[in-house]
Design a protein around this ligand. Sequence first.
Ligand SMILES: Nc1ncnc2c1ncn2[C@@H]1O[C@H](COP(=O)(O)OP(=O)(O)OP(=O)(O)O)[C@@H](O)[C@H]1O
Length: 351
Amino acid sequence: ERRRRRLLQNQLQELKGSIRVMCRVRPTAAGEGAAVVTIPTPTDVLVAQPGTREGRRSFAFDQAFGPGSGQEAVFEEVEPCVESVLDGFNVCIFAYGQTGSGKTFTMEGSSREEGLAGINPRALRRLFEMIAERKQLAAMGGRGGGESGGWEYAVSLSYLEIYNENLRDLLGDVPAARAGGAAAAPKKGKERASLDIRSTGEQVQVLGLSSLQADLYFADEVEEALRRGGGRRSVAATKCNASSSRSHPTLDAESLQALPSRRERRHAPLHLVDLAGSERVKKSDVSGQATGMLEAQAINKSLSALGNVMAKLQEKAKHVPFRDSKLTQLLADSLGGNSKTFMFVNINPSA
Ligand SMILES: Nc1ncnc2c1ncn2[C@@H]1O[C@H](COP(=O)(O)OP(=O)(O)OP(=O)(O)O)[C@@H](O)[C@H]1O
């Protein structure tokens, strides 16, 4: 079963490509004026502004989601990839777009209603469900149980943000009893310190980052930790959005898989990234604040580094400049190679 699933996943990946770019157009909000963006086919996004220099322009994506597409439909598109993490694939899903375009809504969603939950909580829940399903299958099949028999799974969660090219731990004070191995919770007062990244071969490690070890979806515990972490994100008001995220928060679910009978161990990361707003400094009027300017420069640096890395990967270039920013260093293990990357381009449909 495991081998068959891997094979199907590989075939699907070859068909769809290992970097997939989706567009998500959010509904217009009150006072924003009429939408100038439509989705004439499931893969095309048309921007029509008659009388302007741009006129009509069409953009092709792997998939386009309109204002009527709910959180569930969006998650269904990435779900097979989330599942493949337990088969050892490295996966990265990120949301890119201007401030207020729906990145946080896509990744985190809203906790107001169950149906409004975004990719992050749905992905975590799916991972834990799958682990439970596999345990149940193994128990039913007894010993042996084919290739999937005997595997043990665990998930280690961490949550950090990249702010002005510094890495900050957002889970800093998880209960010590559940904080994982070498990465114990930092002491009070030190939790906002910048952390270093170490790359060892194909694995990327953030030194001193707290983690929450889980083999079940302890809904309250996990959600509470994430909620608290989310509350620590660096947020500022810009002209475009009253509470704009100025950092790149990244939720990481490292899946650990072990087959003790054969002394096999492997791990695969799932990176879920809500990129900071891509707006131009002038338009968002953050330039008046000294920190705003610095933030905008750091955001631009990492977004353009990410753009360069994606372009080099698409070209299959020999050298990919992962080291150009903290963001690309952090994601190096799940961009390119055998990994699967999803990029959501979030847009606001008003002129
Ligand atoms: N698909 C959607 N359906 C309904 N409401 C949405 C959708 N996308 C975004 N919104 C709403 O639009 C507003 C702005 O979205 P959000 O905060 O996710 O933007 P953002 O891109 O993360 O902004 P920033 O970069 O400034 O953090 C929020 O009130 C959000 O609830």
